[in-house]
Design a protein around this ligand. Sequence first.
Ligand code: NAD
Length: 425
Amino acid sequence: MNNNPLSFVQPTADSPWGTYISQVDRVVPYLGHLAKWAETLKRPKRALIVDVPIELDNGEVAHFEGYRVQHNLSRGPGKGGVRYHPEVTLEEVMALSAWMTVKCAAVNLPYGGAKGGIRVDPKKLSHKELERMTRRYTSEIGIIIGPQRDIPAPDVNTNGQIMAWMMDTYSMNTGTTATGVVTGKPIHLGGSLGRVKATGRGVFVTGREAARRLNMKLDGARVAVQGFGNVGSSAAELFAQAGAKIVAAQDHTGTIYNPSGFDMADITAHVKATGGVGGFKGAEAMDGEAFWDVACDILIPAALEGQITAERAQRIKARLVLEGANGPTLPTADDILAERGVLVVPDVICNAGGVTVSYFEWVQDFSSFFWSEDEINLRLDKIMAGALKHIWDTADKHRITLRTATFAVACERILIAREERGLYP
Ligand code: NAD
């Protein structure tokens, strides 16, 4: 079998798709007879590249490159966020879509995996330009998305407002009010209570369960967070409420450290006012690379892929790494952390809280009946803790890492569906 069957990308060992392929290769020995279908996991079902031209406020026309990749639809419609970032590539979106396939199966949601993105620095666009770009992108990918086909959601640099424009554009183009076409929407448009903080809450729930197994008390535990956006800040808030000290944070504006822990209300207000953690008065600024040497018990990478390299993995002091981000750890770093006895709760289960509440949102939209926030948080907690327990049992049974165990549980579900559906025609 050709190991690099995709002519349109050239993955490397450290690139997101290369990382994903190496994770699949590690699980194949545990798939039994289903291994014959494993090649399915190494190819996206469908990848769409679109040109997104918009008129800028100054009258000029700008073109952006957009993507929507549906990696696997064996278990249900595609599900996955949309990322706006200047470094988005087709290869990155492919990997993110594949991780969505694995993640949805790991928590047993009836979805396949998809992801989208636009190669753009959204901070350089005005509000109106952002809206025009979002609407044109939605129209372009409109031929493959839909409430029963593929349901986008927020990711890096996208939020409820962007989901509202996507929902409206799709609805205008189809002559419907299609609330179920995207999740992560504002509450008045069929959004779900608890969705905004759901990913961070899932990071907290899996972290709480892992800490319990490690006999680590959350009260007084020192936490370092990379990325203080939606995922990182929500997780930090819940850990702080459980008595942990948030001692370090890093984002695109700087790196800050305070061994006594930040005041969460102050840091939240600072980030809201300035757009980042840089310049926060309640902590000292430090060099970005020193973040990986910080004395802490729990490390939460919640920014972008490929952050924990082999070299950084040697220096990490934490006993527990909670992957809020997608793909933050390179395979070589994974091996080093395992050898050093650092427990990694992998992205494909750790950050599945967002898609789980997205699923709740989609179900609520279809039934037009909405649940209370307490009910949502309770159901989320139960699903995440239950999924992690099943994964942990699998890891113990085969003596494998939690990442390979999550892939084993998920890939078995995906490939059983693949086999039962059979090949068409
Ligand atoms: P966000 O846009 O709200 O925040 C991203 C954060 O990363 C910001 O604090 C930003 O400053 C920081 N960042 C960007 N570049 C950085 C760099 N070079 N160094 C350090 N920090 C940097 O995005 P988010 O929704 O919080 O997503 C963060 C991660 O979590 C991504 O990997 C995303 O795919 C993943 N994720 C998000 C969700 C969700 O529901 N939003 C769900 C699952 C996984």
